[in-house]
Design a protein around this ligand. Structure first.
Ligand code: ADP
Ligand code: MG
Length: 355
């Protein structure tokens, strides 16, 4: 064999590394949307409207009525690691808001056309800014990139257009817009159930009606009804579980033994962030296995608050995975609570049919 000299090692171009990093955080339109929803909720919004075109690949727009963004912060809004939610590393240990790394908007600006219109309470007008690759960008070449004063209400509107326009391999990986839209509806539905006091709407561009619409004053069960229907909402029972030693508080609504479907629906929020947990899903399914016919599964909405010092939210850039201390004990405690609730409903039912 021919021995050749090793190729020299070179640093990747910043633009390339930024796009790679962005692609790790945002794999599908729904991931961008989740970040935007969390930002809007962090901003204290009570109304959140989502508009979607072509499954979010053409357009994702989210309008909130939160506190808005200061005009002077707009130039650095989309730089990586700029955030109003974290000041020191120690703050990571006690962070209570959803976002914490200031990476979402930066990432989106590297792989989509991003524009922001925002107005704070004290500002006399709204400002509109466009971003490309983390920086302010002009609407047309040659124009100024400075934020423009425009008319607008208090709050923020984020518009994401042509997601993955500069990552053709990723763009081509999407088979159907309706599949992506369903993922978006699923995510909006989750937050709509979870966010007490926040009205949600989600709409396909060009369609008159909304696919999701909840009011800010509705109860949790009403929100479950609006999103998942009466067959679920009529059969849910509330549960609560807490333990100081393990530093957690859990509560939620779960279907009784009357209800069963082919697939478990688990709405899981840990410290108010929608996450996935195979361990929790499996434990809930096994709890129900003695109550439901074979192959039957429940609907469970579980919100878990864990002492921030015991949660490692920083494990994965996508933040979909959350690890916490005493996971087994906490899951056991929650499932025991659910088991007792199910058994109680069961006996009360037997009672009424016997008399
Ligand atoms: P993070 O949420 O981790 O701070 P982001 O990139 O998601 O990072 O957002 C950066 C900053 O932009 C936030 O810290 C917040 O100050 C501001 N921001 C983003 N979206 C909104 C919004 N909808 N309303 C008000 N401020 C926002
Ligand atoms: Mg954020």
């Amino acid at each position: 064999s021919v021995v050749t000299a090793p190729r020299r090692i070179q640093a990747l171009d910043q633009d390339v590394t930024n796009k790679i990093a962005a692609g790790e955080i945002i794999v599908a339109p729904v991931h961008a949307l989740k970040e935007l929803i969390e930002n809007a909720v962090d901003a204290g919004s009570t109304s959140l409207e989502v508009l979607v075109k072509e499954g979010g690949l053409k357009l994702l727009q989210i309008t909130d009525n939160g506190h808005g963004i200061n005009k002077d912060d707009l130039p650095i809004l989309c730089e990586r690691f700029t955030t109003s939610k974290l000041k020191a590393f120690e703050d990571l240990m006690s962070i209570s808001t959803y976002g914490f790394r200031g990476e979402a908007l930066a990432s989106i600006s590297h792989i989509a056309h991003l524009s922001v219109t925002t107005k704070t309470k004290d500002s006399t007008c709204a400002y509109r800014a466009r971003y490309e690759g983390g920086r302010l960008a002009p609407a047309k070449p040659g124009q100024s990139a400075d934020p423009k004063p425009v008319a607008g209400r208090q709050g923020t509107q984020i518009t994401v257009e042509d997601l993955f326009y500069n990552v053709p391999t990723r763009r081509r990986a999407f088979r159907s817009a309706s599949e992506e839209y369903n993922k978006i509806l699923d995510m909006v539905g989750r937050y709509a159930v979870h966010c007490d006091g926040v009205a949600f709407s989600c709409k396909k561009h060009g369609e008159a009606g909304t696919t999701i619409s909840t009011q800010s004053a509705s109860s949790t069960v009403d929100r479950i009804r609006q999103i998942y229907g009466g067959t679920v909402a009529n059969e849910v029972i509330e549960f609560k579980s807490a333990n100081e030693q393990w530093g957690f508080k859990a509560n939620g609504w779960t279907t009784n033994a009357n209800y069963h479907v082919k697939k478990t629906t688990l709405l899981l929020f840990i410290n108010h962030r929608s996450v996935e947990s195979t361990n929790i899903r499996k434990a809930i399914e096994s709890t129900y296995s003695t109550f439901l016919p074979k192959g039957g599964h429940p609907f469970t909405y579980l919100t878990l608050e864990i002492d921030p010092q015991r949660v490692d939210v920083n494990v994965h850039p996508t933040k979909r995975e959350v690890n916490f201390l005493n996971e087994d004990e906490i899951i056991d405690a929650i499932c025991n609570t659910i088991r007792i609730k199910l058994a109680n409903v069961d006996t009360s039912r037997t009672f009424t049919t016997q008399t």
